[in-house]
Design a protein around this ligand. Structure first.
Ligand code: HEM
Length: 416
C-alpha cells in the first residue's frame, strides 16, 4: 500500500502562515502528488489539492466538520456553535434555514440595497480628495446587509459596526495584537446581535416576520428548542460578516478593471452576459479563502492511501481553482473561459464545492455573485475615477490577500 508522502519538517505552521495560498499547491508539486501529510498547529494533517481531492473531501460519509477548525479561527472568523461545525442531520436542518433565505427575490433585494448604497456613497466620495476603496465599501455593505436582515442600525453606529464585522474576517488570520482585535470584535458583535435576538423573542423589538433576524431568532433546532441567543447571534453574523467581506472581491473588481482595460471596455459596452463571465473569472483568479478543513469520519482507503479516523484533512481551494488539469493557462485572467464551463462542483470552488443544501458549500454564494455584478456595473458604468500611483501588488501573505494599497481612487465623478 503506498504511503501518503510526508513533509520532513517537524511542523509546517510557519510556512503556511508565510504563504497561505500556495502552501498546499507547492507541497503537492514537491511530492508529485495530489496529497501529502504534514504537521499543522502540532497536529498531523493531510493536505490535498485538485478536483478529485475536492470530490473526496465533500463526501459526507467520509468526513466530519466537528472539531476541524483551529480554535483561533472559531474565536474570530466563525464563532462557536454555528453551522460550519455541525454534521449530519443537525447540519442539514440548520443549513436549510440559511438556504431558505437565498430566494431570487431576497437576493435581488440585497442587490438593490447595495446598488442604492453605492450610489449614495459615491456622492460623498466625490466630495473627498482620495479614498481607500476597500475601507469605503465596508460601510456600504454593512448598511445594506443590516437593512436586509432587519437589524436596526443608526447612522452614528455604522462605522463601528462595520469595523467590527470587518475585523472578524480581516484580522482572523493575523498573529499578535490584530488577532486579539478580531476576538474582541466578535465578542462585541455577538453581544450586540444576541441582545437583538432576545428583544425579538420578548416582543420588545418588532421586525418583519420574513426578515433574517426574525427567522434566525425564532429558528428551532432538531430538538424543538430555540437556539441559545449567543448561537443565534453567531448564525446571524454568518450572514452579516461575509456580506461585508464581499468588499474584498469588489476591491479585486476595481483591480481587474484597472489591470485589464479590455475587460473594462467589454463591460462598458453593456454586454450583459459578459458581466457574469467576468465575475466568475474574478472569483476563480483572485485569492480569497485559501482552504477548508475537516476530519476523517472513519478509517477508509482512497487510491490505495490510508485515511485514519480523526485525521485532520485540509483542502486547497485556491490551488484547485488554478489547477492546470481543469483550467487552461490558469494564471491568466480570461473571463471567456467560463463560456464553456460545465458547472462541475469540484473544479471551481472559491466558496467550497459540492452541494449547497446537503454539504458545507457557502450558503451565500449566489448573494456574492449578485453583489459582485452590482459592483461591477457600478464601477464600470455608474462612476468614473482616477487611480493614482500606488502599490497595487497583491499581498499574498495577508489573509485575506489584498492589493497592498487597498485600492486608492481619487476624483470620483458620477455619470448622469
Ligand atoms: C465574500 C465572499 C465569500 C467567500 C469567499 C465565501 C467562502 C466560503 C467558504 C470557503 C465556505 C466554507 C465551505 C466549506 O466549508 O466547505 C463558506 C461557508 C459559508 N458561507 Fe460563505 N463566502 C462568501 C460569502 C458569503 C455570504 C455573502 C454569506 C451569507 C450571506 C455566506 C455564508 C456562509 C455560510 C452560512 C457558510 C457555512 C456553510 C456550511 O457550513 O454549511 N458566505 N463560505
Amino acid at each position: 500500500m503506498p504511503r501518503i508522502p510526508r513533509d520532513e519538517s517537524f511542523d509546517s505552521t510557519p510556512a503556511l502562515i508565510r504563504d497561505p495560498y500556495e502552501f498546499i499547491r507547492k507541497g503537492c508539486r514537491r511530492h508529485g502528488s495530489d496529497l501529502f501529510e504534514t504537521r499543522l498547529l502540532l497536529q498531523r494533517t493531510i493536505c490535498m489539492s485538485g478536483p478529485e481531492a475536492a470530490r473526496l473531501f465533500y463526501d459526507q460519509d467520509r468526513f466530519v466538520r466537528r472539531g476541524a477548525m483551529p480554535e483561533r479561527i472559531r474565536r474570530t472568523l466563525l464563532g462557536r456553535g454555528g453551522v460550519q461545525g455541525l454534521d449530519g442531520e443537525a447540519h442539514r436542518h440548520r443549513k436549510r434555514m440559511f438556504m431558505s433565505l437565498m430566494t431570487p427575490e431576497r437576493i435581488a433585494q440585497l442587490g438593490q440595497l447595495t446598488a442604492e448604497g453605492l450610489r449614495t456613497d459615491a456622492a460623498r466620495w466625490a466630495a473627498t480628495d482620495r479614498l481607500v476603496l476597500y475601507d469605503a465599501l465596508q460601510e456600504v455593505l454593512t448598511r445594506a446587509v443590516c437593512t436586509w436582515s432587519g437589524v436596526p442600525l443608526m447612522e452614528a453606529d455604522v462605522a463601528r459596526r462595520a469595523r467590527d464585522l470587518t475585523l472578524m474576517f480581516d484580522a482572523a488570520g493575523a498573529v499578535g495584537p490584530r488577532h486579539w482585535q478580531s476576538r474582541l470584535a466578535r465578542w462585541r458583535a455577538e453581544g450586540w446581535i444576541g441582545n437583538l435576538v432576545r428583544q425579538v423573542r420578548s416582543g420588545s423589538l418588532d421586525v418583519p416576520e420574513q426578515s433574517p433576524l426574525h427567522i434566525v431568532a425564532l429558528h428551532r433546532d432538531l430538538d424543538g428548542g430555540l437556539l441559545r441567543p449567543r448561537i443565534a447571534a453567531v448564525e446571524l453574523l454568518n450572514l452579516l460578516r461575509p456580506t461585508v467581506a464581499i468588499s474584498v472581491f469588489i476591491t479585486f473588481i476595481a483591480h481587474a478593471l484597472h489591470r485589464y482595460p479590455e475587460c473594462r471596455q467589454r463591460l462598458e459596452s453593456g454586454d450583459p452576459g459578459y458581466t457574469e463571465l467576468f465575475v466568475q473569472e474574478l472569483r476563480r483568479f483572485y485569492p480569497f479563502f485559501p482552504a477548508v478543513a475537516a476530519r476523517v469520519r472513519h478509517d477508509f482507503e482512497w487510491k490505495g492511501y490510508q485515511f485514519p479516523r480523526g485525521r485532520r484533512v485540509v483542502l486547497d481551494l485556491y490551488g484547485t481553482d488554478h489547477d492546470p488539469r481543469s483550467w487552461d493557462a490558469p494564471e491568466q485572467f480570461r473571463p471567456e473561459r467560463f463560456r464553456g464551463w460545465d458547472g462541475n462542483p469540484f473544479d471551481f470552488i472559491p466558496q467550497g464545492g459540492g452541494d449547497h443544501y446537503l454539504g458545507h458549500r457557502c450558503a451565500g454564494e449566489w448573494i456574492t455573485i449578485e453583489l459582485m455584478k452590482v459592483a461591477t456595473g457600478f464601477l464600470a458604468g455608474h462612476v468614473a475615477y482616477d487611480v493614482p500611483g500606488q502599490d497595487l501588488r497583491i499581498d499574498m501573505s495577508r489573509l485575506p490577500a489584498l492589493p497592498r494599497s487597498g485600492f486608492v481612487i481619487s476624483n470620483v465623478r458620477q455619470h448622469a
